[in-house]
Design a protein around this ligand. Sequence first.
Ligand SMILES: Cc1cc2nc3c(=O)[nH]c(=O)nc-3n(C[C@H](O)[C@H](O)[C@H](O)COP(=O)(O)OP(=O)(O)OC[C@H]3O[C@@H](n4cnc5c(N)ncnc54)[C@H](O)[C@@H]3O)c2cc1C
Length: 392
Amino acid sequence: MSPTYDVAVLGLGAMGSAAAWQLARRGARVLGIDRHAPPHEFGSTHGDTRVTRIACGEGPEYSAFVRRSHEIWRALEAELGVELLTQNGMLVISGKGERALSHGIDAFLAATVDAARQAGVEYTLLDTAAMRARFPAFRFSDGDEGYLDRVSGFVRPELCIEVQLRRARELGAELHVNETVTSFRQKDGLVSVTTDKGTYQAKQLIVSAGPWLPQLLEPELARTFKITRQVLYWFRARDAAAHARFSPDRFPVYIWQVPAPQVIYGFPATGGIDEGVKIASEQYELETTPETVDRTASKQEIREMYETYVGPFLPGLSPVCIKSKICLYTWVDGARFIIDRHPEHDRIIIASPCSGHGFKHSAGIGELLAQMALGETHRDISMFRFDTRIRA
Ligand SMILES: Cc1cc2nc3c(=O)[nH]c(=O)nc-3n(C[C@H](O)[C@H](O)[C@H](O)COP(=O)(O)OP(=O)(O)OC[C@H]3O[C@@H](n4cnc5c(N)ncnc54)[C@H](O)[C@@H]3O)c2cc1C
C-alpha cells in the first residue's frame, strides 16, 4: 500500500506548480504528477511572456488574485534572485466603428477603466495625438483612444513554473514527471489516483490539468470547457532603430481592439533584434484537443497574421517571422474561470483558471488551492463555480 498524501496535485503547469509549492511550504505531504516535465510546450503555459494587469476588463473580481500574485512573485524574486515580473505599463486601445472583441467583451476599454477604478489603480486616458506622441511604434487611426497604467506589464511563465517546482521539491513535495494520470475516484474518505505507473491515495486531490481537463471529467462537466488553438508569433523589427522602439522602457504591453475580426495583444522586445517581437491574436472558432492540435503555424497563417494584424498596426515590424508557437486556451463562456469542488466528490478540487487570461492570477490561485485543500479560510470564489444546472 502506497503512503497516503495530504494532497495530490494532478498537473504541474501554471496552477499546479503554484499549488504544489504553496502546499509544501505549509508542511503538507504533497504528491505532484505530470504527464510531461514542466515547463513544457504542450499545454497553455509557454511562449516566454504573459500579460499581467490588475485592472481586468474581464471583471473586477479578478483583481485580488493578480495583486496577490504580484506580491508572491516579488517575494520569490527577492528570495531566489530571479526576474519574474516586469511592470512596464499597459495600453488598452480601442476606437471608432466596429472593433474586435477582447475575451468576448465588446467595451473592453471601458470595462478596464471600471476595473481600474474599483481596484484603485491609477491610470490615464489618452487621445490619438497623445498616443502618437508617446508611442511611435504603433500606427493609430484617427479617433483611437487608450487606457494607460503603469502597474501592468509581463511575467515569465516558464520561469515561474520552474522556480515554484524547485521550491516545492526543496520543501519535501514528491513530484513525479512523465507520469500520466489515467483515472481518479473518491471512496471511503480518500481519493485514489491511478497513473500509468501506479496507484496513490490522498486526502484531497487538485485537478489542474489545463487543456487536458475535459478528458478527465464526466461529459456533463467536460461540456463547460472548449479547447481552442492559439498561435503566438515573433516578428523581426525592420532595423535596429525600429527594434529600439520596442524596448520595455519605451513600449508597454498592449491589448488592441483593432478594426479587424480578432483582437491583437503583444509585448515589448525581451531580447535582441534576432529574437523578434511577440504579437498574437485570438480565435474561438477552431476547437481542438492537446492530442490532435496542429502544432505548426502554416505559411499562410503567418502571412495572414502579418498582412491583417502586424503590418497595418506596427509598421516597424517586418514580415520576417522568426518563430511561432501553438498554445491552447481552455475557454469557459464569459471568459470565466472554474475553481470549484467536484459537484459529486467533495475531496476533489477542479481548477481551470484559463479562458486566455489566467496566468497573471496563478500564484494567487495556487495559494487559494492550497488553502481550499487544507481547509484554511480563503477568499470567496462562488463566482467560479460550475454552472448550478450541472449540479442539479
Ligand atoms: C496563447 C496563450 C496566451 C495567453 N496569454 C495570457 C496572458 O497574456 N496573460 C494571462 O494572464 N494569461 C494568459 N494565458 C492564459 C494562461 O496561460 C493560462 O491560464 C494558464 O497557463 C493555465 O495554466 P494551467 O495550469 O491550467 O494549464 P497548464 O499550464 O497547461 O498545465 C496543465 C498540466 O497538466 C498536465 N496534465 C494534463 N493531463 C494530465 C494527466 N492525465 N496526468 C498528468 N498530468 C497531466 C500537463 O502536462 C500540464 O503540465 C494565455 C494562454 C495561451 C494559450
